[in-house]
Design a protein around this ligand. Sequence first.
Ligand SMILES: Cc1cc2nc3c(=O)[nH]c(=O)nc-3n(C[C@H](O)[C@H](O)[C@H](O)COP(=O)(O)OP(=O)(O)OC[C@H]3O[C@@H](n4cnc5c(N)ncnc54)[C@H](O)[C@@H]3O)c2cc1C
Ligand code: SF4
Length: 427
Amino acid sequence: MKIIIVGSGAGGGTAALVLASKGYDITILEAGKPFKPFTRYLTLVEPLKMMGLLGGESNINRIFPHMNIIRSARDLVLVRGINLGGSTTISCVNMVRTEHGFKKLGLDLSPEFEELEKKLNIKAIPMKRWRPLTYKMYQTAENLGFNPKATPKAVKLDKCNSCGLCEMGCLTGARWDSNQFLNEAIKMGAVIHTSSPVDKLLIEKGHVTGVLIRSGSSTKIVKADAVILAAGCVGTAQILKRSGFKIQDKLWADIVLTVGGISKGAKQLKEPPMTWFSKHENYILSPYLDILSHFFHKPWRNVSINDRVGIMIKIADTEKGTISYDGSIQKTITDNDKLTMNTAISKAKTILEASGVSGPFIKGMYNGGHLGGTVHLKKEDISSMKPSGLPEGLWVADLSLVPYSQGLPTIMLTSALAMRVSNTLSQ
Ligand SMILES: Cc1cc2nc3c(=O)[nH]c(=O)nc-3n(C[C@H](O)[C@H](O)[C@H](O)COP(=O)(O)OP(=O)(O)OC[C@H]3O[C@@H](n4cnc5c(N)ncnc54)[C@H](O)[C@@H]3O)c2cc1C
Ligand code: SF4
């Protein structure tokens, strides 16, 4: 049986590995190119940003084209990785279990989480490798009763040189990304085609028979017995819309904001990002030097990278937003999101102040990099792991399936879902 997997990120990479290991004939079609980490001349970029010559966040595509930025509202940008390995290549590999909303639908992903944790040897960065201020902020959060925990990560500690730039790609190969799953799948016979953006599905008599790839003016048809869409929420929504299917306008993004303060010589970048996190009802707090805001957000401009200190807030946002067939997105920060954010900001400031970090405490850019919710599963879909309304032979294996914003890292959830979808398909 031939299966096409569209997209090679957390969902596509996992589906490829599971199905190739079961002997299926797997072809992965990826819109982007092979991933190359950013070659770090931050010392050259720093003076340009101080002089205000880097411009706005859209310029990141020139400096680091793998990071795709879409502005969905005046004050919100959405981020994703377009390359082999998808957004996992620009992630901090915080590998946290989250399945908010699924238990009540009757879906328990614990077996998949266990398997992933074992396979990826997930563990926290030892405290002795944290920066002194990060440790101080952890103790402060503990004293304030915020119950901080060391973040589980998929990092090979002996290879990690604490460059702090996980989101720009890992030069030492310490940090996991889905290319590792893809390489295993290739060894078992899977085939990958990069620069192959899928435009739409081919459907005959209610059954998916393949896909149409469109690159510039050239098109190509690839036939298969089944297709798995794992193009990330935006890519999957575009393909479904172009193929004549409806999606729900319930996009969530786990909106993020970093509160920045100043501590001379703190060098927060000299450690893997987000070494601990403190979970609250609908948000988390975590130490983080926000590279995007540091380089592209005007109010952050005048502080050197060695002195900037941040605490990231990641909220479970309102599930409301629209993706168009051309990939443009309409999503705003709602009043409810702002309320959650304001509560979290005051806690972040309390930690910073009580740890000796000076103000002014300045907000970074609102952004979101966990995109989901537009083809979500309902209770009646759980046994088939297929959202109702999709034709025979079509599956989805990315965060599009998840009805609720998580406010937590989502690679584990995406991979666990892709595992369950692949195992269900193979039955
Ligand atoms: C900067 C950043 C940091 C993050 N850090 C973390 C973290 O530390 N921990 C965590 O758990 N989560 C993190 N995330 C979130 C996590 O990376 C994503 O939730 C996860 O990768 C989603 O997997 P996916 O397969 O749905 O999409 P992706 O991993 O984005 O993969 C989708 C793939 O589909 C491809 N594609 C899109 N359209 C098409 C098309 N038409 N045809 C063919 N291919 C297509 C894309 O190029 C991409 O390769 C981060 C996200 C970002 C943006
Ligand atoms: S901090 Fe470690 S894991 Fe992250 S990019 Fe640098 S070397 Fe790789």
